[in-house]
Design a protein around this ligand. Structure first.
Ligand code: NDP
Ligand code: 2IT
Length: 445
């Protein structure tokens, strides 16, 4: 790493003790940015990096609620408003027991660059709670969401901060959150949240957008080598929103998705995952992948273990951070891997990324490859602002254009900086320069 950036990195790490995921995300970005600072010494003089690493505002709050037995429960809620140089803070809410400040900050930090790459007017933020929705009734989830919003409402707004979903937060949760915001504020402010239901201000394609976008981005990478998804053997991790829609799109493009997972195990389905059945099991019944395997029949379900033990030519990690390490990466490379598209945020460890890059595997980092979700959220905001709703075809065409544009920007930037094919460098520099220019123009704030 560039020596000038090392000193800044050390200060950032020391100022944020114990936040290992945030450290990882910061170090990965800093490793790309040396050459930018050679060309733009003004960024160093204006302390752009130091300012970027310090969130503009961080809110941590108590979320009290009662479970179905009447027992009082307490969770911790977060919203980190990281950077508003390009637009209102924008980013999802994650409900998962592992959530703490270090995870929210890594996600918020990555979101700044991702949102810049989309070309849409959105800043970066992220939030969530250490609430575990697993096994909770609808009524419990509703009470939790209402309590969460009873604090969050004072910090968000169409022009301020616009949350959406992430792990554990889907259409049901956004509905309860929106209802409580509307009730407290007495405003039908559609643009305050995205991922809404289609009959009350949501956008077509938003539910599919992250998974579809990841596949569209990966297809663009494959095309640089004269191939495509057609005929590829694909493994996807996770079986939530991003995973299911990535599976659907990859198979629509002619691939066979032979395996997917949840946090309990994975399924190997050599004929190709039955997406309609997977949606029924996971989205309607909120059941487990094991139930998919039982209902599908004739497929292997592996309890525990790693889905990355299954050979593939394309890997799409769509579950969570640091789910694919250096050992798994080396195994996948030996099994004939040609491309990786990160549907999740930071699913590959830094070791895994090095293994892929050294082996010449196409590697699309999350902040580029999974940007289709937030980009379609920005399209939802556009529709809300104009009180309009677009067709599926129009919205999907916009998503495709945006993903092709992000791929082009990453590839062109990597080339400009002398590392053709390095999408990590392209995404980090491409996102950074846009935000840094805006921060410079807006003065010392
Ligand atoms: P969901 O809650 O819909 O699904 C998450 C999936 O990942 C589930 O299959 C879950 O399994 C699995 N998973 C979650 N945590 C773990 C864990 N610690 N270990 C193993 N498996 C785990 O979330 P999404 O699909 O929305 O999000 C998946 C990833 O995509 C996240 O990294 C998210 O940040 C990222 N992302 C999401 C976007 C969106 O629009 N939703 C946009 C861009 C990125 P189980 O059910 O067993 O917990
Ligand atoms: O990580 C992400 O980009 C998301 N969870 C989606 C954020 C959004 O505002 O749609």
């Amino acid at each position: 790493m560039d020596a000038r950036l090392e000193a800044i990195r050390d200060t950032v790490l020391a100022r944020n003790p114990g936040e290992v995921e945030f450290h990882q995300a910061v170090v990965e970005v800093f490793e790309s940015l040396g050459p930018v600072h050679d060309r733009h010494p003004e960024f160093l003089e204006a302390a752009i990096l130091e300012r970027l690493c310090e969130p503009e505002r961080q809110i941590i709050f108590r979320v009290p609620w009662t479970d179905d037995s009447g027992r009082v429960r307490i969770n911790r809620g977060f919203r980190v408003e990281f950077n508003s140089a390009l637009g209102p803070y924008k980013g999802g809410l994650r409900f998962h027991p592992s959530v703490y400040l270090g995870i929210v900050k890594f996600l918020g930090f990555e979101q700044i660059f991702k949102n810049a790459l989309t070309g849409m007017p959105i800043g970066g933020g992220k939030g969530g709670a250490d609430f575990d929705p697993r096994g909770r009734s609808d009524a419990e989830v509703m009470r939790f969401c209402q309590s969460f919003m009873t604090e969050l409402y004072r910090h968000i707004g169409e022009y301020t901060d616009v949350p959406a979903g992430d792990i554990g937060v889907g259409g049901r949760e956004i509905g309860y959150l929106f209802g409580q915001y509307k009730r407290i504020t007495n405003r039908y402010e559609s643009g305050v949240l995205t991922g809404k239901g289609i009959s009350w201000g949501g956008s077509l394609v938003r539910p599919e957008a992250t998974g579809f976008g990841t596949v569209i981005f990966t297809e663009q990478m494959l095309r640089t080598r004269g191939t495509s998804f057609d005929g590829q053997r694909v493994v996807v991790s996770g079986s939530g929103n991003v995973a299911i829609n990535a599976i659907a799109k990859a198979q629509a493009l002619g691939a066979t998705v032979v395996a997917c997972s949840d946090s309990s195990g994975y399924v190997v389905d050599e004929a190709g995952i039955d997406v309609a059945l997977l949606r029924e099991v996971k989205e309607v019944q909120r059941a487990r992948l094991k139930d998919y395997a039982e209902r599908r029949g004739g497929v292997a379900y592996v309890d525990g273990g790693s889905v990355w033990d299954v050979d593939a030519s394309v890997a799409l990690p769509c579950a969570t951070q640091n789910e694919l390490d250096g050992g798994a990466a080396a195994r996948l490379v030996r099994g004939g891997l040609v491309a990786v598209g990160e549907g999740a945020n930071m699913p590959c460890t830094r070791d895994a990324v090095s293994v892929f890059q050294q082996a010449g595997v196409l590697f699309g980092p999350g902040k580029a490859a999974n940007a289709g979700g937030v980009a379609t959220s920005a399209l939802e905001m556009q529709q809300n602002a104009s009180r309009d709703s677009w067709t599926f075809e129009h919205t999907e065409a916009r998503l495709t254009d945006i993903m092709v544009g992000i791929h082009h920007r990453c590839a062109a930037t990597a080339e400009e900086y002398g590392e053709p094919g390095n999408y990590v460098l392209g995404a980090n520099i491409g996102g950074f320069v846009k935000v840094a220019d805006a921060m410079l123009a807006q003065g010392l704030i």
